[in-house]
Write a protein that binds this ligand. Structure first.
Ligand SMILES: [Zn+2]
Length: 379
């Protein structure tokens, strides 16, 4: 018996050696997933997105040691410091439950709203210390929104600040995210009564300062009224996400554009051009046929939150994150972390799966890139 076992042992050891070799070939189990606490995929996807942003994580660590009066920052700092193979979002959930009761419960919520609430809460916890506020330091967009009377040119300017820019999709229209950004910054004619008696104004937006991380919310849920009941309809448009993008043609150029002469069917816009030309604080109006505005840095696609399903209440959020060193993508679906295999990426130069379901998209400013001047062409 003993001998039998011994000889079997010998036989097994050869088999075991082979098994051990194939185990080594098999990829190790991926770590870094987040335990599902009950419909908490919106929290997990948001935290994976934030965890992928090194600049944000560092600025949280800088301020989260001083825990008095900063309970969310303390919970976030603890979350980011954890090296457990499976992470827990319970501290962040507990603190956000104090901000809004429903986050303490176990129903599904919107990842975009949750993330915005977190960034606002961090801002409140930082109070007057804007210089060290992780939300402001990393995500704040400042946009100047001007309204110019189409008749007398009188101009009023508002400052708009935000952490996440919402881009409206058009039902079933497939577009690129930079085309959506362009559309956001196109001047438009609005109804607005001026003291001169004119009823219309031209609205223009210009980026005053760009964030380190662009957070873009693709508005896939449209409010529609069906048989007298308001409901949210999900838009299924595929949105192409270029791996590099620039804001040059979007906001920073917007002050200089109004509308090319070739679209001469809108004489009000032409008129507004002429009116604003006479204003001393407005740069000369140029045609929008160049990207040679201010030097700017390109942004790299870093992370995407996808939404699967037809409604916010029943859907599921998943995060896709690009690894910093390997540039390979990983998918974070609550506890499960898997390598993402981009389909036909070489053929289409595009990440097909993300584009159908992408909901929140994050780009990171490439601060290592040399400043690009003139007619930089980065695509
Ligand atoms: Zn007027």
């Amino acid at each position: 018996m003993w001998r039998g076992v011994a000889s079997e042992g010998k036989h097994m050891s050869a088999w075991e050696r082979e098994t051990a070799r194939s185990e080594r070939r098999r990829p190790a189990r991926e770590t870094g997933g987040i335990e599902n606490l009950g419909n908490s995929c919106y929290i997990a996807a948001s935290l994976q997105l934030l965890r992928s942003m090194r600049g944000f994580v560092e600025s949280v660590h800088e301020v989260s040691g001083d825990e008095d009066g900063k309970p969310l920052l303390a919970a976030l700092g603890e979350f980011f410091r954890s090296d457990a193979s499976e992470l827990s979002a319970s501290g962040v959930k507990r603190e956000m439950g104090r901000v809004r009761d429903e986050y303490g419960e176990f129903d599904q919520h919107d990842a975009m709203e949750f993330m915005t609430q977190m960034l606002d809460t961090i801002e409140r916890e930082m109070g007057d210390d804007a210089a060290h506020c992780p939300s402001r330091q990393n995500f704040a967009w400042r946009i100047e929104h001007a309204l110019s009377c189409v008749s007398c040119g009188e101009r009023s300017v508002m400052d708009e600040s935000m952490y996440m820019l919402t881009l409206q999709l058009i039902i079933d229209e497939n577009e690129s995210v930079d085309a959506l950004l362009d559309r956001y910054f196109i001047p438009e004619k609005l109804e607005r009564k001026c003291s001169c008696g004119c009823l219309f104004a031209i609205s223009t937006r210009q980026i005053v300062s760009e964030p380190k991380f662009l957070l873009l919310h693709l508005k896939r849920f449209n409010a529609v009224i069906a048989r007298g009941v308001l409901r949210l309809q999900k838009l299924t448009a595929s949105i192409r996400l270029p791996s590099k993008m620039s804001l040059m043609h979007a906001g920073s150029a917007a002050a200089e554009i109004v509308v090319p002469k070739s679209s001469g069917d809108d004489s009000d816009l032409e008129h507004a051009n002429n009116a604003s030309k006479s204003s001393p604080d407005t740069p000369g109006v140029k045609r929008h046929n160049t990207r040679s505005v201010a030097a700017t840095r390109p942004f790299d696609l870093l992370a995407v939150i996808s939404h699967h399903g037809n409604t916010v209440e029943l859907g599921h959020f998943v995060a896709h994150i690009r690894e910093r060193k390997s540039k390979a993508w990983k998918t974070y679906d609550d506890e499960r972390v898997t390598s993402y295999v981009a389909r036909d990426e070489l053929i289409f130069n595009s990440l097909q799966e993300f584009e159908r379901e992408c909901y929140v998209v994050a780009y990171e400013r490439d601060d290592n890139e040399n400043l690009r001047q003139g007619n930089a062409q980065i695509f």
